[in-house]
Design a protein around this ligand. Structure first.
Ligand SMILES: Nc1ncnc2c1ncn2[C@@H]1O[C@H](COP(=O)(O)OP(=O)(O)OP(=O)(O)O)[C@@H](O)[C@H]1O
Length: 783
């Protein structure tokens, strides 16, 4: 059955149309009942596309199934032979087919309309689509860039993510470990809780302890404050002691003055004492002579007295005899006469003797008076002598005290000197300006070197005047042109002395050619006052050795002398005249080696045992004759090599069971000079170049030390390698920078002083004394 359209123009697509036609229920037998055909619902009519249903005027709609059913439909009649019925049915069928065809024709028209519409719509849509595509492209590009950005963001984020992941993993691990830790912490917390309980218990006991400790702390604080007070007291005492020390220093100076005065007084007193002793001796002699005389007189007197007594007894006898004769009157007158004359004789003798006695008594009295006077003068002289003796003893005591104080002061000074040297820890630098030489006299109108007179710079400052501008320098000591050799030596004598105490000492003279290095180190040969540091040092050492002998020290000394000429070592004490590394052709000869103790050895170098300064002087003269000396424009007698004098000192004190090993290196460096100024050519030029090379190596070493560089180029020259222990080691080193006052040498003087200033700022290690308990190596090291 075909349903009718309700007239509404509901748009329907063929599909829709087909779908709404249900093939439900077949037509009953014997009827033209196109299976599935039914009237379309009103819903198929009308659409945005123009409405297919609208175009189908018959009001029927056919779906595919309807068409199929219509086409497959078989016309059956109840009566096969009822043609009319059959014809009717076929007519109806045809009608339906026609309806169907019409429907599809209308539908097709609708469809083509719709197709056009759709084409238009499609074109519009395509246009829109193109626009949209362009937009989309733009959007795509935008999106691509966003995507790229996002991708980078993504990679960043991925990286971050990875990182985060790694962190997360790490955090997870940490978490796990923390968990473990937490677990263990919980476990430990549990045990800690137990411990806590215990600790609480202990705490209470500890609290008690704390209380007691607090008490103790308070007491300790009190003790501490008392200690602090004591400390501040000690500090003030220390300050006082320092003041006392400086006072003692001042007193020492005063004492030294007193001592010298006392020495003078003592000498005069000694003279007086000697004269008093002489006069006392004379008086004693006179007294003895007088006593002898008195003794003789006494003997004479005694004799005379005896004679007188004898004569008196004789007189008495004779008087008695005379009385007997007078009684006996019978005796002859002659006998009487003789008796009388005898008696007169005897009386005369007696009177004579009485006179003699009186005279003798007078003489005795005067002699006794003389003796008394002489006794008195003798007593006076004796008391004078005693007083003198007493005064002398007092003076001796005072002298001994003063000397002890001086010795103490000396010990203290030595100690302070060493302490200062150790604290300073650097190479000390003295500067010496030589006087203008006679041939430089014309240049003296303009002064190129001046000496500041401010308190701070007095004796330590020097100024080089260049283009009218003074350039100041400060050193440990500055010697002016008029300074004597003795003054220079006085300043270095302590340093020399410390070689005997077991230190390594190195003194070297540096300066331009003709600035006075050799004069400073060696002095003028044959002149006593102009002796240089080397002979003076040796004299002092041998004198001190003699004094130290009294304290039980026995010293052995060994000397070696070498020169470094054109980077070649020459043994100046060798009997072989051509002894040098170069001439011998033996590379092993005069090889410099340092051992683990910082001692230097030069192989095959002649080492001579010496016992007196005279022996050393002899060796020095021998060495001087072997030295390489030449004439340059700057100096008549210029040292063309570095001269190294070494004295090895080995001391043993049996009683103190001590031994010391000191080294004294005294070095006269070759002159630094500019090639242009030296006027060198040929061999001299080669010498000058070698000298300059080794001196520049020396400055390289010093600068490297000053900068505290890791590598110090000691091996760059023989000189620096030889001096390694003095420059970088633990020796006491002094550099004397010699300067010429000639205005033509201003530039050289500036160079030397600048170098010296750098040296002065260069810190080396603290000097170390080489002492030990016995016994020594038989041969000592070089330095
Ligand atoms: N302090 C001084 N007093 C007097 N004369 C001096 C003084 N210093 C140096 N002279 C004299 O100056 C001259 C040069 O001195 P000296 O030979 O010592 O110099 P130098 O620096 O050793 O030279 P070179 O490096 O060429 O060997 C000598 O004639 C010396 O006598």
């Amino acid at each position: 059955m075909v349903g009718t359209a309700n007239g509404s123009r509901t748009p329907v697509t063929p599909r829709q149309a087909f779908s709404i036609v249900n093939g439900s229920g077949g037509a009953g037998g014997g009827q033209v009942d196109p299976p599935g055909l039914r009237s379309g619902p009103g819903s198929i009519a009308g659409s945005d596309c123009g409405g297919v249903g609208g175009g189908v005027g018959n009001g029927f709609e056919f779906t595919k199934e309807d068409v199929d059913a219509l086409l497959n439909m078989k016309i059956r009649t109840k009566d096969k032979f009822n043609l009319k019925e059959k014809c009717e049915l076929q007519m109806e069928y045809i009608k339906k087919l026609r309806m169907c065809v019409r429907f599809f024709q209308e539908f097709e028209g609708d469809l083509s309309l719709e197709h056009e519409k759709l084409i238009k719509m499609f074109e519009a849509a395509e246009k829109k689509c193109n626009e949209l595509e362009m937009l989309m492209n733009a959007k795509e590009e935008e999106l691509n860039s966003i995507i790229a950005e996002l991708q980078t963001n993504n990679t960043d984020l991925q990286e971050k993510f990875m990182k985060e992941e790694a962190e997360k993993l790490a955090a997870v691990e940490t978490l796990m470990t923390e968990k473990d830790a937490r677990l263990s912490a919980e476990r430990s917390q549990a045990s800690l809780s137990e411990d806590l309980e215990k600790a609480l218990k202990e705490g209470s006991s500890a609290n008690q302890k704390i209380i007691s400790l607090n008490d103790m702390y308070k007491r300790l604080q009190e003790y501490n404050t008392s200690l602090q007070q004591y400390n501040s007291k000690l500090q003030t005492e220390l300050n006082q002691t320092s003041e006392t020390l400086s006072k003692v220093e001042r007193e020492k100076a005063a004492l030294m003055e007193d001592l010298s005065k006392l020495r003078g007084y003592h000498d005069s007193q000694q003279d007086q004492l000697a004269s008093t002793k002489a006069s006392l001796e004379e008086t004693t002699k006179l007294k003895d002579a007088l006593a002898n005389e008195v003794g003789c007189l006494r003997v004479d007197l005694h004799q005379v007295r005896d004679d007188r007594d004898r004569q008196l007894s004789l007189v008495q006898d004779l008087t008695a005899e005379v009385a007997q004769y007078k009684e006996c009157t019978g005796k002859s007158a002659a006998e009487l006469g003789t008796l009388t004359s005898r008696s007169i004789e005897l009386e005369a003798t007696c009177a004579l003797q009485t006179d003699t006695i009186i005279r003798l008594q007078d003489q005795l009295a005067t002699a006794e008076k003389k003796l008394e006077i002489s006794d008195l003068s003798s007593v006076e002289t004796r008391t004078g002598y005693e007083e003198q003796k007493k005064l002398n003893a007092e003076l001796q005591i005072r002298l001994a005290e003063a000397e002890a104080k001086v010795i103490d002061g000396e010990v203290l000074r030595k100690k302070l000197h060493n302490t200062i040297q150790e604290l300073k820890g650097n190479i000390r630098v003295f500067c010496r300006v030589r006087p203008l030489l006679s041939d430089e006299g014309a240049e003296s109108e303009t002064k190129s070197i001046t000496f500041p007179t401010t308190t701070e710079a007095l004796g330590r400052g020097i100024e080089v005047v260049q283009h009218g501008q003074p350039i100041p320098f400060m050193f440990d000591k500055v010697f002016m042109p008029q300074s004597s050799q003795e003054e220079v030596f006085t300043e270095v004598s302590q340093l020399v002395q410390s070689a005997l105490d077991g230190y390594k000492v190195c003194i070297f003279a540096y300066g331009q050619t003709g600035s006075g290095k050799t004069h400073t180190m060696m002095g003028t040969p044959g002149s006593y006052d102009d002796k240089g540091l080397i002979p003076r040092s040796l004299e002092q050492i041998f004198e001190a050795r003699q004094k130290l002998k009294e304290q039980g020290w026995k010293y052995e000394m060994q000397v070696s002398m070498l020169e470094i000429y054109n980077e070649t070592i020459r043994d100046l004490l060798s009997s072989n005249k051509s002894s040098s590394t170069e001439s011998s052709g033996n590379k092993q000869q005069y090889a410099i080696k340092h051992d683990a103790n910082g001692n230097t050895h030069v192989s095959d170098l002649t080492i001579v045992d010496v016992r007196s300064s005279k022996e050393v002087s002899f060796l020095l003269n021998r060495a001087a004759q072997s030295r390489s000396v030449g004439r340059t424009q700057m100096n008549e007698q210029s040292s063309r090599s570095h001269f190294v004098f070494t004295l090895r000192i080995s001391g043993v004190n049996e009683t103190m069971e001590q031994q010391v090993q000191g080294i004294l290196n005294l070095i006269d460096l070759a002159g630094s000079e500019r090639l242009s100024k030296s006027g060198s050519t040929g061999d001299r030029l080669r010498e000058t170049q070698a000298i300059n090379k080794s001196l520049s190596s020396l400055s390289d070493v010093i600068f490297a030390l000053a900068k505290k560089e890791e590598h110090i180029p000691f091996r760059n020259s023989k000189l620096t390698y030889l001096l390694q222990p003095c420059l970088g080691g633990d020796s006491k080193t002094l550099m004397v920078v010699n300067v010429s006052p000639a205005p033509s040498s201003v530039n050289e003087s500036l160079c030397s002083l600048r170098f010296a200033a750098r040296v002065n700022a260069c810190e080396i290690s603290i000097p170390r004394r080489q002492t030990s308990m016995r016994y020594l190596e038989p041969r000592l090291s070089y330095g």
